[in-house]
Design a protein around this ligand. Structure first.
Ligand code: SAM
Ligand code: SF4
Length: 337
């Protein structure tokens, strides 16, 4: 019997999860993620849809079981459904267990049903506020109603939604309970993310925005009955259940708790670089191995193996002592959040 292939790193972690950024572009300009005058990559640098297919298919052949498509905003990439539809074959063969995406929700009103038809069952939608005015301030260019229509379309299509909210002191801290209630009513799980030191914003900005999730949890406990649940997604989130709503709340705390020991993921940028850790600069250029060998996958496989053998033990983000350490100059939209 043929055994399932596995990619194992030097710390005996099996790499089964690939996050793929399909574009660095976005129709929003969230203030903690992008500046308003972003310069984007020239199109020729991006992997084509065919190259994305070949790249992802190679990872799946080598043991990746979960693909998360992200960006920038993945649903603004032209022709993106061609790529999702191409990945359906791996779900059908059973090699791929899950095909999913992280989106700002702006295009879900038109893509929810096609995504479901391609085999997507769960979607992470990033939404930091349910106040339309605040939404306009945070996203700068986002249209709140369009996102709400997208969520309705996703519900209708049968997609399971998880809301991702970045915890932003002075911005959405007053909406904590309202968001929990709203997610409970709509049947959505909710994950809070600590703002990470990525992109070229000054230390002062980051520290002003930073709202530690231990504080978020303490605030939640004042109003809701929080039950610990043993849910391990192999990822950085820790989960609790809110007894009153039945909904789950996750906390992604790269800064207050180190989660690296169970890390099962690597990240591919839209230009074909493989980042082995979100919080480290170390990367491997897989695009050259792919483009230089159009008819032979062996060099790409070798490049992937060599890269995984270099996966570092963990990141070095640290906000202690009132300064930002371990800061990463690239934007989250480049590596794919
Ligand atoms: N555009 C899509 C979206 O917003 O969901 C996908 C890409 S976005 C970079 C992925 C996630 O990263 C979003 O949930 C966003 O809120 C989060 N993010 C962006 N910059 C961040 C930062 N500096 N710290 C923490 N999370 C960040
Ligand atoms: Fe765009 Fe997502 Fe970054 Fe907001 S967080 S600017 S939606 S990539």
């Amino acid at each position: 019997m043929q055994s399932t292939p596995v990619l194992t790193d030097p710390f005996q972690r099996d790499v089964t999860y690939l996050r793929v950024s399909v574009t660095d572009r976005c129709d929003f300009r969230c203030y903690y993620c992008m500046s308003e005058d972003m310069t984007f990559l020239p199109k020729r640098d991006l992997l084509t849809l065919e190259e994305l297919d070949r790249m992802c298919s190679t990872f799946v052949e080598m043991g990746v079981q979960k693909l998360r498509i992200t960006g920038g905003e993945p649903l603004v990439r032209k022709g993106i459904m061609t790529f999702f539809n191409a990945m359906t074959r791996h779900l059908e063969s059973g090699a791929l267990k899950e095909l999913t995406l992280t989106t700002n929700g702006s295009q879900l009103y038109r893509f929810a049903q096609p995504l479901f038809d391609a085999g997507v069952r769960r979607v992470n939608v990033s939404l930091d506020t349910i106040d339309a005015d605040k939404f306009a301030k945070i996203t700068r260019w986002g249209k709140f109603k369009q996102v709400m229509d997208g969520l309705d379309a996703a519900d209708k299509a049968g997609l399971k939604i998880k809301i991702n909210a970045v915890a932003l002191k002075g911005t959405n801290d007053d909406e904590l309970h309202r968001l929990v209630e709203w997610c409970g009513q709509r049947g959505y799980d909710l994950t809070w993310i600590e703002v990470m030191p990525m992109g070229d914003m000054g230390d002062a900005d980051r520290l002003d925005q930073y709202w530690p999730l231990d504080d978020v949890r303490a605030e939640l406990a004042k109003r809701w009955t929080l039950q610990d649940i043993a849910l391990n997604t192999g990822g950085p989130a820790k989960y609790i259940r809110v007894a009153e709503t039945g909904g789950r709340i996750g906390f992604i705390t790269p800064l207050t708790h180190n989660f690296c020991e169970s890390c099962n993921r690597v990240r591919l940028t839209c230009t074909g670089q493989l980042f082995l850790c979100l919080g480290q600069e170390d990367e491997a250029d897989l695009r050259a191995a792919l483009r230089d060998n159009p008819d032979d996958n062996a060099p790409l496989q070798a490049a992937i193996r060599t890269a995984i053998a270099r996966k570092p033990k963990g990141h070095d983000f640290d906000y202690s002592r009132q300064k930002v350490a371990g800061e990463i100059s690239r934007h989250m939209s480049h590596t794919g959040g």
